[in-house]
Design a protein around this ligand. Structure first.
Ligand code: 0A1
Ligand code: ZN
Length: 895
């Protein structure tokens, strides 16, 4: 059992184990309350390490038997530890057999072996395997697995595990069995089994080298018509990895299984990926375009892990970004390529930018705040108390940015050469981030030592920029500076290698060819400057007029750009910047400035109005017919509330909400004719298909409805009601409903009820229904607060605290995406938060910790809010039996 106050584990303490496991033979006698697991380990001494015992981790296990080479060990040779066992072994090899009993039904943590809808499922990353059997449960122990599953045929007609099916057959008493073998050595976190009542969608495919492989998507009965998109996504992913990195599927069979109870998005178990239903199931009537997009990218992510994660894995959990940062980068590139392909050559750049903007939004909304709070950590952390708390936006998203910078610095070919070398050295091994960067360096003949600081330093670097125009000699000097603010435990920061993609824009809006001092002729109009010291100057020559700089094009580094630009210049770049990401970013910066000024005025009780110049600039961008609708939808969407709160000091959610309400309503009203015209022109005719071009039109149209509804525009509200009623797909229906819910219109209640009536038996659609209500703003000050609604929904028949998707939809949305309602001045939201975190922690610490993190940045809030939050944090921390997961989060928040 884990202790209440988990010790801190340090990266520097890593030591290889004296004994590892070469082969493991597992046998499961599956029973809901008493599953017996028999495990035979072929243990081998590690000759490079000083002699020592075999270390076995175990958590919530009942040990029935343990033998070494067929005999029970002497009492002194077997020691019980707080988190497992230690066994003395002699010689170079030993066979250790262990029998344990576990209770899947009592396992509400969804880690280890658990039940979902009557079926058996496992989740072993990061340390779930030790909840199944005693084992050296670390990623650097890579073994070959054979697995036999035995279960009741009626309850579990389908028996799956990793690798290839060897045999299956009947057993007495209505039971049956299946035996699986995985030919590839793997760490225990990639083990999986599924024993359940499922149906399958199958396809055969050929790999690039001509091998035939069987692809399967397993779902519950009744969901087969929602499995096609996941299957298509899998095939696209296979083709892309073959084409882009020369990486082929190495198994004869690849399975995806959908499960309704799952803590995260999905899991890359070797050959047997297990997915949250949310990232598998889609049909036009139940899934939005965004759902289709997410499914495509999560299927790709898990599939890509087969090489970046499974074939080459992590030596220890501190190296998590080795597989996650790299695999997120790969799935981002894949999605961008898919969009570009669908858009056609002419519109490919804009399509890619739309995806890049999505990625940047996520980074700014989730990772920047994390990097500025008490949980800030480098992409490769130095310590943790609970590894499950480190599946973070920093490890994943900032980790992907770090890989992207390598890609930018080395070029596509250089990066590919680095990947090839990485696999040639490390295939089949458990390695570190240094091994990865070393391969990149060696393949490209580059010194990446300084670059490694990105792996070591936490905090979002500030990139300062100042330009100086010299009319006399036609030169423009760009002075770039960098500094990273201190983070907990890291006061001093060293300069990083920052690739800064730069363009210079002429007064007519065209890009100028760039010629740095000392160069004989001008080159491309965007180039990457490498900032390596605290301050550096770059002098561009041969210019005929003062340029406007466009910095960090394509968001070339995960930094905060500090560049002074007046409103006029932002409007100019919104209209003219040839880099679509920067055009979008100019709009975001301008909006941020306007919103924060409005919030300051409204917070002080002063009158406030949206500046006319902003409305003009916003309007020309949003209504520019020459631009791709998907891009316009991005440009017309305001910055995330979470990101804005981060930019506000102190953070005042009520003032921010007042500002956003005013801005939405103003843009809705002043641009009403434009929005209505858009709604006339944009609808996509014909039957729904998931296609990026159609999705872009639907997104822009739904945003138009949102503005109109926020302004209380009668025609807009009527249109939203009409579209809601007549919708032929979920994107249209949900878009119209969302617009109604985020308005003062009484029509919202009827629409919510109609939506509920139509989908009352559909768990995934109900998640949308819960989340819309939890995210609802108050459009009239005397309306009842959202908390009342959230509390009432806890008692809804479809809600359950045991299902993570339900918790994330209702509570996650309320705590994370509705700050003004959550932080209501009377403190009721904070009391509710503590109640919920405590209740969740007793069932599922991982889910509880995720909810707990909603208040980690509490010190950034106004003094009144801090005073209301602190006692609730303390109350949670004082809870008896609190998990290490939640206690790490709250402990750090209160430090
Ligand atoms: N490796 C998975 C994420 C994952 C991590 C932990 C889990 O359970 C605690 C489940 C999934 C991925 O990156 O997709
Ligand atoms: Zn992953």
């Amino acid at each position: 059992m884990k202790t209440e106050h988990a010790p801190t584990i340090h990266r520097a303490d890593y030591r290889p184990l004296p004994w590892t496991v070469e082969r493991i033979d597992l046998h499961f006698n599956l029973d809901p309350t008493a599953t017996v697991v028999t495990s035979r380990l072929n243990c081998v001494r590690n000759p490079e390490v000083e002699a020592g015992p075999l270390r076995l981790w175990g958590d919530t296990l009942e040990c029935l038997l343990l033998t070494v080479d067929g005999a029970e060990p002497a009492a002194a040779a077997l020691r019980e530890l707080e988190d497992g066992l230690e066994v003395d072994l002699a010689g170079e090899r030993a066979v250790v057999e262990i029998h344990t009993r576990i209770d899947p039904q009592a396992n509400t943590t969804l880690s280890g072996l658990y039940l979902s809808n009557g079926g058996f499922f496992t989740q072993c990353e990061a340390e779930g395997f030790r909840r199944i059997t005693y084992f050296p449960d670390r990623p650097d122990v890579m073994a070959r697995y054979t697995v036999t599953l035995e279960a009741d045929r009626e309850r579990c007609p389908v028996l799956l595990s990793n690798g290839n099916l060897l045999e299956q057959g009947e057993l007495p008493g209505g039971r049956h069995y299946a035996r699986w073998e995985d030919p590839f050595p793997k760490p225990s976190y990639l083990f999986a089994l599924v024993a359940a009542r499922l149906v399958v969608l199958e396809r055969k495919a050929q790999t690039a080298s001509g091998r035939e492989v069987l692809l399967q998507v397993w779902v519950e009965e009744g969901n087969l018509d929602r499995a096609g998109h996941a299957m298509d996504s899998l095939i696209h992913s296979m083709r892309w990895d073959e084409r882009t990195f020369g990486l082929e599927l190495d198994l004869d069979r690849f399975m995806i299984v959908a499960v309704a109870d799952f803590n995260m998005g999905a899991m890359e178990n070797k050959g047997l990926n297990i997915f949250n239903t949310k990232y598998v199931l889609a049909k036009p009537d139940t899934a939005t375009d965004v759902d289709y997009e997410h499914i495509e990218s999560v299927v790709a992510h898990e599939y890509f892990h087969n090489w970046t994660g499974n074939r080459v894995t992590c030596r220890d959990w501190f190296q998590l970004t080795l597989k996650e940062g790299l695999t997120v980068f790969r799935d981002q590139q894949f999605s961008a390529d898919m969009l570009a392909e669908a858009a056609g050559e002419e519109d490919a750049a804009s399509a890619r930018a739309v995806k890049r903007i999505d990625d940047v939004r996520v980074l700014r909304a989730a990772q920047f705040p994390e990097d500025a709070g008490p949980m800030a950590h480098p992409i490769r952390p130095d310590s943790y108390q609970e590894i499950n708390n480190f599946y973070t936006a920093t490890v994943y998203e900032k980790g992907a940015e770090v890989i992207r910078m390598l890609h930018t610095l080395l070029g596509t070919e250089g990066f590919r050469n680095g990947m090839d070398l990485y696999f040639s050295y490390h295939d089949g091994k458990a390695v570190t981030c240094d091994d990865f960067v070393d391969a990149m360096a060696e393949a490209n003949g580059r010194d990446l030592d300084q670059f490694m600081r990105w792996y070591a330093q936490a905090g979002t670097p500030r990139l300062g920029a100042r330009g100086e125009w010299n009319a006399a000699d036609g030169s423009y000097t760009l002075r770039l500076t960098q500094h990273t603010p201190p983070t907990p435990g890291q006061a001093e920061k060293l300069p990083l290698v920052i690739p800064v993609a730069v363009g210079l824009i002429a007064p007519d809006g065209s890009d100028l060819p760039l010629q740095l001092e000392g160069e004989s002729q001008p080159g491309a109009s965007t180039r990457v400057l490498e900032l390596k010291t605290a301050e550096q100057r770059f002098r561009f020559v041969g210019l005929s007029a003062e340029p406007v700089p466009s910095l960090l094009r394509g968001f070339s580094a995960p930094v905060l750009l500090e560049l002074e630009e007046d409103d006029e210049r932002l409007a100019f770049r919104m209209a003219k910047d040839s880099d679509p990401c920067n055009r979008w970013d100019a709009a975001q910066r301008y909006a941020e400035r306007v919103i924060l000024a409005l919030a300051a005025d409204l917070g002080q009780g002063r009158a406030a109005a949206v500046p006319e110049a902003f409305i003009r600039a916003f309007r020309s961008l949003a209504t520019d017919e020459a631009l791709d609708p998907a891009f316009r939808a991005q440009a017309a969407a305001l910055p995330a509330e979470g990101y804005l709160l981060e930019r506000m000091s102190p953070a005042d959610p009520a003032a921010l909400r007042a500002a956003l309400r005013l801005l939405y309503a103003t843009l809705g009203e002043r641009l009403a004719a434009d929005w209505l015209a858009l709604c006339e022109r944009l609808p996509v005719a014909g039957e729904y298909r998931y296609h990026p071009a159609d999705a872009g039109r639907r997104a822009l149209l739904n945003l138009a409805l949102r503005y109109l509804a926020a302004a209380g525009n009668e025609a807009g509200l009527a249109l939203a009601r009409q579209r809601f009623g007549a919708a032929g797909n979920m994107t249209d229906r949900f878009g119209a409903l969302a617009a109604l819910v985020q308005s003062a219109s009484p029509a919202r209640e009827d629409a919510l009820a109609a939506f509920h009536a139509r989908y009352k038996d559909d768990a995934l659609v109900l998640d949308k229904w819960f989340s819309l209500q939890a995210g609802a703003w108050r459009w009239q000050d005397d309306a009842p607060g959202t908390l009342l609604r959230v509390k009432a929904l806890l008692d809804d028949a479809a809600f359950s605290l045991s299902n993570p998707n339900k918790v994330y939809s209702l509570l996650g949305t309320f705590f994370r995406a509705n700050p003004a309602e959550f932080h209501a001045a009377d403190g009721s939201g904070h009391v509710f938060w503590a109640d919920m975190v405590i209740a969740l922690d007793a069932r599922n610490p991982q889910v509880a910790a995720r909810m707990a993190r909603a208040l980690e940045n509490w010190r950034r809030y106004t003094p009144a809010l801090q005073a209301s939050i602190r006692p609730q944090l303390e109350r949670v921390l004082a809870t008896k039996g609190l998990s290490p997961d939640v206690s790490e989060v709250i402990g750090k928040a209160l430090q």
